[in-house]
Ligand binder design. Structure first.
Ligand code: 5AD
Length: 347
């Protein structure tokens, strides 16, 4: 089938493509046309608007054994922290003051984290106005997830990381993909807007795996998906693995936009880490979200999932101004709204 017809077919939401069709797109020799088509679909569904979201990485304690992640529990060289709530509250106030309407609370799987800590975060945000709360804190008991939703949390991010069950087990010290997917479905059942995602370029991943990753996002009914390149971290078992490439990440992002036209797709920090210019490319090839850390610099340094150059530290206000200017320079507008998922918007 020719390229244009395949793009049109895949963008039809009622149609579920097969793996070979997605592989065909991911590996097309018409790379520029693929990225451009994804950019056009994105502009159409997102009205040329880009969402800015604030992330507060409040704890780097982690009980997990993910062999790719700098926060994994085996990394004994990392100083662990959990921010005092008073500092989290200051971050929230600052993020809201500079214009963010979505605040993401992110941490490792921190078993020492009391449920009340998160309740405080939710309440503090909600007291400031109509601002969306997103949790990205790993697997927690269903009772806690339900309580936080009842307290006002809006969205939850839980990535499947890879759709290959054997690779998943190998990368996660025997943990099962099925359990991860069960949690994702539980979250959706509770009512959360669900965020998923995976890494591109994991050792042992094939193009077919990526096609299945994309199909899994569709099957789960995610409203957001974070897709970024794998970057080896020197203090992890995968320190010598080959990193994911910018090219394959951009292609994957573009196919994600075609397959999931209304889903929020960030231009991930990991992609910008392998090439600062890739942020712009991503925004023109299907991405419609930028997420920025707003916690103080000393904490950011300790939240090292993958190694990255320590760029000049920008305050949330400076970062926001720079991002708004970048968005406008590309011919888009910063979206002033909360940036909810399409299922909520359509309610
Ligand atoms: N390279 C890129 N992304 C990573 N993540 C974890 N480790 C790495 C890495 N080495 C991503 C995973 C995870 C999130 C915490 O960050 O997708 O969900």
């Amino acid at each position: 089938m020719d390229f244009k017809r395949l793009v049109t077919k895949i963008t039809t939401q009622a149609y579920t493509p097969d793996v070979s069709e997605l592989v065909g797109l991911l590996t097309t020799d018409q790379r520029e046309a693929l990225l451009r088509s994804a950019g056009e679909v994105c502009s159409h569904y997102m009205n040329n608007q880009v969402h800015l979201r604030a992330i507060i990485e409040f704890s780097n304690f982690c009980a997990c054994q993910c062999t790719y992640c700098g926060l994994y529990s085996g990394n004994k060289s990392l100083t662990r922290f959990r921010m005092p709530l008073s500092e989290v509250n200051d971050c929230i106030s600052e993020a809201v003051a500079v214009g963010y309407r979505t605040i993401i609370f992110q941490s490792g799987e921190d078993f020492g984290l009391p449920a009340d800590y998160i309740s405080n975060c939710i309440q503090y945000v909600k007291a400031q106005g109509d601002i969306a709360v997103v949790l990205s804190i790993g697997d927690r008991p269903a009772s806690e997830l339900a309580a936080w939703y009842a307290q006002g949390a809006d969205r939850y991010l839980i990535k499947h990381e890879t759709s290959d069950p054997l690779l998943y087990e190998r990368l996660h010290d025997g943990a099962q993909l099925k359990n991860r997917l069960d949690t994702a479905r539980t979250l959706k059942g509770i009512g959360y807007q669900l965020g998923g995602g995976f890494m591109v370029g994991l050792p042992g991943q094939s193009i077919e795996t990526i096609a299945n990753d994309l199909l899994l996002l569709k099957e789960l009914g995610v409203e957001m998906a974070g897709i970024g390149p794998f970057i080896p971290h020197p203090c992890t078992p995968l320190c010598h693995a080959t990193p994911g490439t910018e090219d394959l990440t951009l292609r994957t992002l573009a196919v994600a936009r075609l397959l999931l036209p209304k889903v929020h797709l960030p231009a991930t920090t990991a992609l910008a880490t392998i090439n600062p210019n890739a942020l712009k490319e991503a925004l023109c090839s299907g991405a419609n979200v930028i997420m920025r850390k707003v916690e103080p610099e000393n904490y950011r340094r300790m939240y090292e999932i993958y190694p990255r150059p320590f760029a000049r530290y920008l305050t949330p206000r400076e970062q926001r101004a720079e991002d708004e200017a970048l968005i406008r320079s590309l011919g888009f507008q910063p979206d002033p709204g909360r940036g909810d998922g399409y299922q909520k918007e359509e309610e």
